[in-house]
Design a binder for this molecule. Structure first.
Ligand SMILES: *Cc1c(COP(=O)(O)O)cnc(C)c1O
Length: 346
């Protein structure tokens, strides 16, 4: 095997979506922005559509156009970024539903595409995207007359279910939307796992579908195996890699694997990172290079052909912890890796 292999278990992915869908009081959509969190937009979205997902969310109109090409007509594709200048053609041709974020976006949409569908994004306290209460008050009557496909907002602290910000945002969202006829949406993965009061008509899970926290019961979706290029014996006192960052205290077998920060493997992980081989942990030694990593395989009876970085023994969130980041960043970092992608189980 010359190439590192990123394996995506679409069966596990679909099972995760179904589990989050079952827990949702209403319908569950699916968030597939950033190339389906780095795992591949078309195969992921097609598997979810086959499993019954009818509403998809992307960040940008360009992603929406790629998603429409993958899914064909039928599923509803919402764009979090709304209707940005220059997007009218993409929105029309791919039948996208922009989530209008401001009165300016609403004016732009109504002028460029009168009669075309839209949704509304409200800001309930995160101060990121969406209409603030005063914006909404100014356009609410007109917007609701036109029948928005969805009225949504997003929680800032849903990964901490007990955070007081959740209840504050829920109250604000309800103040802004109670009594409207349009379908409503507030919760992403974290929101699905909280009280059903946060679910409304449609939930928008992303990370949990891909096997990440806060959905602790998620099945792992990603396996990443890197090929070993060369194995060598290192004597006491010898160093491994750039900067002599690791020095052998005892005779050690080092396997050099093909993969590095040029493949989205974050360099800061090195001191806390292990690979696995048939369940045996094999710690990283020295620094992560652009294309190479030194791994201590002394514990293995034979020099391995491949070493596993992600899989049942080590999950996306374990890597995130080693890197001091979140699972979302680990997954999206993999998108630029030199990996052969293999899909199974759809
Ligand atoms: C990314 C995103 C989601 C999905 O969030 P997860 O935490 O991955 O489930 C939902 N809604 C909005 C507005 C988002 O930006």
């Amino acid at each position: 095997m010359a190439e590192a292999e990123l394996h995506i278990d679409l069966g596990a992915l679909v099972a995760n979506w179904r589990a989050l869908s079952d827990r949702s009081a209403g319908e569950a959509g699916a968030v597939v922005k950033a190339d389906a969190y780095g795992l591949g937009l078309a195969p992921v979205a097609q598997a979810l559509a086959e499993a019954g997902a009818r509403r998809f969310f992307v960040a940008l109109a360009e992603e929406g156009a790629a998603l429409r090409a993958a899914l064909g007509a039928g599923p509803e594709i919402f764009v979090f970024g709304g209707h940005m200048a220059g997007d009218a053609g993409l929105i029309r041709d791919a039948a996208l539903v922009p989530l209008l974020n401001s009165p300016e976006q609403m004016a732009r949409h109504l002028e460029a595409a009168p009669g075309a569908p839209f949704g509304i994004q409200l800001d309930s306290g995160m101060n990121r995207l969406g209409m603030e209460p005063a914006d909404w008050a100014a356009v609410k009557g007109r917007a609701l007359d036109l029948g928005p496909r969805l009225v949504m907002s997003h929680l800032a602290c849903a990964d901490e279910s007990g955070h007081p910000m959740n209840a504050r945002q829920l109250a604000t969202f309800r103040q802004m939307t109670d009594g409207i006829e349009a379908p409503r949406s507030l919760g992403a993965t974290g929101g699905v796992l909280m009280d059903p009061a946060y679910h409304f008509d449609l939930t928008r899970p992303g990370i949990g579908v891909y096997g990440g926290l806060p959905f602790a019961e998620a099945r792992p979706v990603v396996t990443l195996r890197l090929p070993v290029i060369q194995t060598r014996q290192v004597a006491v006192g010898e160093s491994v890699g750039y900067g002599m960052a690791w020095i052998a205290q005892e005779p050690t077998r080092i396997a050099t694997v093909s993969g590095g920060y040029g493949d989205g493997l974050i360099r800061a992980m090195a001191p806390r990172l292990s690979f696995h081989h048939a369940g045996t942990p094999c710690p990283v030694r020295g620094r992560i290079s652009m294309d190479l990593i030194g791994v201590d395989v002394t514990a293995l009876p034979e020099p391995p052909e491949t070493l596993e970085l992600l899989g049942a023994h080590q999950r996306v969130d374990d890597l995130a912890e080693a890197a001091g980041t979140i699972g979302y960043e680990i997954l999206t970092s993999l998108a630029n890796g030199r990996y052969a992608r293999r899909y199974s189980g759809a």
